[in-house]
Design a protein around this ligand. Structure first.
Ligand SMILES: C[C@@]1(CC(=O)O)C2=NC(=C\c3[nH]c(c(CCC(=O)O)c3CC(=O)O)Cc3[nH]c(c(CC(=O)O)c3CCC(=O)O)/C=C3\N/C(=C\2)[C@@H](CCC(=O)O)[C@]3(C)CC(=O)O)/[C@H]1CCC(=O)O
Ligand SMILES: NC(=O)c1ccc[n+]([C@@H]2O[C@H](COP(=O)([O-])OP(=O)(O)OC[C@H]3O[C@@H](n4cnc5c(N)ncnc54)[C@H](O)[C@@H]3O)[C@@H](O)[C@H]2O)c1
Length: 191
C-alpha cells in the first residue's frame, strides 16, 4: 500500500481507551492470553470464546476476572462487542471472525494475518506512567518484539538516556526526588 505521495503507508498509531468496553477474544491459547493480559491492565471487560483455555486464562475465568464462553466461535458471537481479537489456531475461523467484525464495523485484530487486521498490537515497554509502543505496521512483528526487549535491556543497564530524558521533562517522580538527568534510575517492566 502506498500513500498519494509515494511513501510507504504506515498504520495510524493510537492509544485506545478500552476501560469498561467489552473486548471479545476468540481463541484461548498463548497468543490470546498475551492480548487479554494487556486488555485487563487497561480496564477492559473481556470475554473469551474458546472450547479450551490455557492455564492463565483458565485461572482468570475461574476467578471471574474474564467471562468465558466454553465453545467454538459461532457467527453472531460479536453482537455486543466493542473490539475484537481473532486468535485461534484455525485460519478459517480467524477469517470468519474478521469477516463478522468487519460487517459490524468493529475493529479486529487477527493473530495469523497482518493483512486481515484493522488494527495491530504493538510491542510495549512500560516505564512507570510512560508507555512506548513499537510497531512495524504488521510487517515484522518479531523485530518489534526485539526492539522492545532491547529498549528494556538498555534502560535497565543505564545505557538508554532517551527514556530518562522523557522522565526529566515530565518532572514528576514517584519517589518524591527531584527529576534528574541521565543518572536517574528506572524500574523497567515489559508487557
Ligand atoms: C509485538 C507483538 C504484540 C502482541 O502480540 O502482544 C506482536 N507479535 C508478537 C510476537 C510474535 N509474533 C509472532 C511470533 C512467533 C514467531 C517469531 O518469533 O518470529 C511472536 C513471538 C511470540 O509469540 O513470542 C509471529 C506472528 N505475528 C503475526 C503473525 C501473522 C502475520 O505476520 O501475518 C505471525 C506469524 C504467525 C504464523 O506464521 O503462524 C502478526 C502480528 N503480530 C503482532 C504483534 C502484530 C504486528 C506488530 C507490528 O506492527 O510489528 C500482528 C500483525 C497482529 C497482532 O497480533 O497484533 C508480540 C510481541 C510481544 C512481546 O512479547 O513483547
Ligand atoms: N500475532 C501474534 O503475536 C502471533 C504469535 C505467534 C503465533 N501467532 C498465530 O496465532 C495462532 C494462535 O497461536 P497460539 O499459540 O495462541 O495457539 P494455541 O494452539 O495455543 O491456541 C489456539 C486456541 O484456539 C482455540 N480454538 C480452536 N478452534 C476454535 C474455534 N473454532 N473457536 C474458538 N476457539 C478456537 C483453541 O481452543 C485454543 O485455545 C497461531 O496459529 C499462529 O498462527 C500469532
Amino acid at each position: 500500500m502506498r500513500t498519494q505521495r509515494g511513501a510507504p503507508a504506515f498504520a495510524y498509531p493510537v492509544f485506545l481507551e478500552v476501560k469498561d468496553k467489552l473486548c471479545i477474544v476468540v481463541g484461548g491459547g498463548r497468543v490470546a492470553r498475551r492480548k487479554v493480559e494487556r486488555l485487563l491492565a487497561a480496564g477492559a471487560r473481556v470475554r473469551v470464546v474458546s472450547p479450551v483455555l490455557e492455564p492463565g486464562l483458565a485461572s482468570w475465568a475461574a476467578e471471574g476476572v474474564i467471562e468465558h464462553w466454553p465453545r467454538g466461535y459461532q457467527h453472531g458471537d460479536l453482537a455486543d462487542g466493542w473490539l475484537v481479537f481473532a486468535a485461534t489456531d484455525r485460519p478459517d475461523v480467524n477469517r470468519a471472525v474478521a469477516a463478522e467484525a468487519e460487517a459490524r464495523r468493529l475493529w479486529v485484530n487477527v493473530a495469523d494475518s497482518a493483512a486481515a487486521c484493522t488494527f495491530v498490537v504493538p510491542a510495549v515497554a512500560v516505564f512507570d506512567e510512560v508507555q512506548i509502543a513499537i510497531s512495524t505496521s504488521g510487517r515484522h512483528p518479531a523485530q518489534a518484539k526485539r526492539l522492545q526487549e532491547r529498549l528494556v535491556h538498555d534502560v535497565a543497564a543505564g545505557t538508554c538516556t532517551f527514556v530518562s530524558g522523557l522522565r526529566a521533562r515530565d518532572g514528576r517522580r514517584h519517589d518524591g526526588a527531584k527529576p534528574g538527568g541521565e543518572s536517574e534510575t528506572w524500574s523497567p517492566t515489559s508487557s
